[in-house]
Design a protein around this ligand. Structure first.
Ligand code: 5AD
Ligand code: SF4
Length: 451
């Protein structure tokens, strides 16, 4: 039996696509190899959102090339966003790549697997079916990603995604709900709905099936067995009241939202073409928190966007202080070929960018630690994921607010348990499992107590 090895870079959409790539390859009769050395086919599912993932992929590919030099029968296949961005140029850059395919071409993997020979084969720019409709090899039985749309109609001036993932297309609500129902029957308890902009979901659907994202949340919430619903990523410009109401009213929808801010300066937000201002963003946060009091908020921040002044940057710090995010991904602006921002004057010098990223990380980490420390003393519902990564005797799981918890206790992966929080860092909580029905001790804060 031939075997494949798959390396994934990038976002959750890519992780989702990788499960489908695996599912497809296995359906075609390939087995999974544990190392690249043992594999006949080396697959890479790439990301090109910033220069760093490009470089990381190049380093991995160099290793694969060395393996292939020793064993020329190995096939190297490159999929995902970097492949889509480069198209045929990929074969010039890396002559030892045999196959390249964009994210829309996963359904065609069968065309080259088993076709024999090593003539370069590429397939790009196709989007005729959702990866969500393909067979999947899921890593975890109790958690699943569910694709609701593909592509993105936004025109953020820094972002390459619209160019590589194409125009937004919503999947039919019936197909999504059917997939979630099947997952629930298979024992899945937590789903994460995925789209480049989940909040604009449905607007492109024909009137007969048109469903808005809030309605989709309600439909998923109604499915027996689904106890947690997450979604990523929303765009603040499309986050409307019906979605907020659905979040507040649906028991399964978790008290967590990832709300990419990018910059706190309205002047910069305009140059980024985010189509909201600092004030609108803050009003949205207020509305969300008004409806969902215990909401955890995550965000993405870019520093060093062209033309960013010290004053613009300070506005970003001010908004972070005001909102007090529970978590934040921070990025140095990275020019992407073909995007408008890459051609803007006033590119920020590297030294200024690295000074700003350090300052923003310090603020983000301090606030995240403080936010996590506010959980100490509470009892949180935790979905168990398995043993802790660093200590086998301790369990690891996630709260509804999406914080990782390492805790002592006796539970199996996929169990929902109550954990008393005893300590916190900027990224994780620490605690001990409590027996069902345990009441809070004196001094403990009620609020996240689960039934
Ligand atoms: N440079 C830096 N960060 C970027 N992001 C997207 N494009 C770029 C870029 N060119 C960040 C944004 C986005 C996250 C997924 O990646 O913050 O929300
Ligand atoms: Fe995900 Fe964007 Fe990277 Fe593609 S380029 S993998 S959509 S983060």
């Amino acid at each position: 039996m031939k075997r494949y090895h798959l390396t994934t870079f990038g976002c959750q959409m890519n992780a989702h696509d990788s499960e489908r790539i695996k599912g497809m390859l296995e359906e075609l009769g390939l087995g999974e190899a544990t190392t690249q050395d043992d594999a006949d086919v080396l697959v890479f599912n790439t990301c090109t959102i910033r220069e760093k993932p490009d470089q990381k992929f190049a380093a991995h590919l160099a290793q694969a090339a060395a393996l292939k030099a020793r064993d020329p029968l190995k096939v190297i296949a490159v999929g995902g966003c970097y492949a889509e961005a480069q198209k045929e140029r990929l074969f010039e850059l890396y002559p030892y790549v045999d196959v390249a395919f964009g994210p829309g071409s996963i359904p065609h993997l069968g065309d080259w697997v088993g076709a024999g020979g090593h003539a370069p084969r590429g397939r790009f720019g196709e989007w005729e079916s959702f990866a969500g409709d393909l067979p999947a090899h899921r890593e975890r039985g109790f958690q699943a990603w569910v694709q609701v749309s593909m592509g993105c109609n936004s025109t953020c001036s820094y972002c390459i995604v619209p160019a590589v993932r194409g125009r937004e297309q919503s999947r039919r609500p019936g197909d999504i709900v059917a997939e979630v129902a099947t997952l629930a029957r298979d024992g899945v308890r937590e789903i994460t709905l995925l789209g480049q902009n989940v909040n604009s979901y449905g607007r492109d659907l024909l009137p007969a099936v048109r469903t808005e994202f809030g309605e989709l949340l309600r439909a998923c919430d109604a499915i027996d067995g689904i106890e947690r619903i997450r979604f990523t990523s929303p765009h603040p410009k499309d986050f409307r009241s019906p979605v907020i109401e659905a979040m507040a009213e649906c028991a399964a929808v978790c008290e967590h939202a990832h709300l990419p801010l990018q910059s706190g300066s309205s002047r910069l937000l305009k140059l980024m073409r985010r189509t909201y201002t600092q004030e609108r963003y803050l009003a949205l946060v207020a509305e969300l928190r008004g409806a969902i009091p215990d909401l955890a908020l995550g965000t993405d921040i870019i520093v060093g966007f062209p033309g960013e002044t010290e004053d613009d940057f300070r506005e970003t710090l001010d908004v972070i202080e005001e909102v007090r995010f529970d978590s934040a991904f921070t990025f140095v602006y990275s020019p992407r070929q073909g995007t408008d921002a890459a051609a803007m004057p006033d590119q920020v010098p590297a030294a200024v960018k690295s000074e700003r990223i350090e300052r923003v990380i310090a603020v983000v980490q301090r606030i995240a630690r403080e936010r996590n420390q506010e959980r100490v003393g509470r009892i949180e519902q935790v979905l168990v994921e398995g043993p802790s990564r660093t200590d086998e005797s301790v369990l690891r799981g996630r709260t509804r607010r999406n914080t990782t918890v390492n805790f002592t206790g006796a539970a199996a992966a996929g169990d929902l348990v109550d954990v008393r929080i005893e300590g916190a860092s900027s990224t994780t909580l620490r605690g001990a499992q409590v027996a069902p029905g345990t009441t809070l001790g004196a001094g403990a804060v009620a609020g996240a107590v689960t039934a």
